[in-house]
Design a protein around this ligand. Sequence first.
Ligand code: IMP
Ligand code: MG
Length: 185
Amino acid sequence: MSIITNEDKIIFGSEIFIPYIREEKIQARVKELAEQISIDYKNKTPVFIGVLNGAFLFLADLIKNINIDCEIDFFKLSSYGDEKISTGKVKLLKELNCDVKNRDIIIVEDIVDSGLSIKYIEELFSKYKPASMKVISLLLKRDSLKYNVKIDYIGFHVPSKFVIGYGLDYAQKFRNLRSIYVLEE
Ligand code: IMP
Ligand code: MG
């Protein structure tokens, strides 16, 4: 069980997470990103593809601020398991439901770390022959990138530390937090 202190720190076993990006700041940035996408995709009907589970809140808040026609779908890859470090392997858990051939697709991620997941997704989706493919990630750990991937829209750059909240989990917990917290080292 976790404990939230009155300084808004989260104590989970022997680990402490401290506030890093507040709800208001996240919401303001999500709105900016949505406004930019609405301009960039004017007269188009993009399909937002959320990468489960982490991107579900970001996708929801993002599309609430999109003012052009759009559609959504979800795609799921295996996660970190209950660890803080990636296994370096990717497994497909849920395929797309919609046909993205000739569609403008926007892949929605919560965080890009090594870039392995995005590289896997881009390689797979390019086989489906979309008209265009872009990537948006709320967070980017630029210093952790190991693969050559281009993130078209970035919410915030973050250091190579473990973060939780706003969709991001640690052992499946903390996705419900409205702000993002970082592991205190
Ligand atoms: P990548 O494949 O190494 O780029 O890792 C991407 C995925 O790992 C993300 O979609 C997240 O689900 C997860 N991930 C990476 N860093 C963190 C973190 O700091 N907290 C929680 N999940 C993370
Ligand atoms: Mg993810």
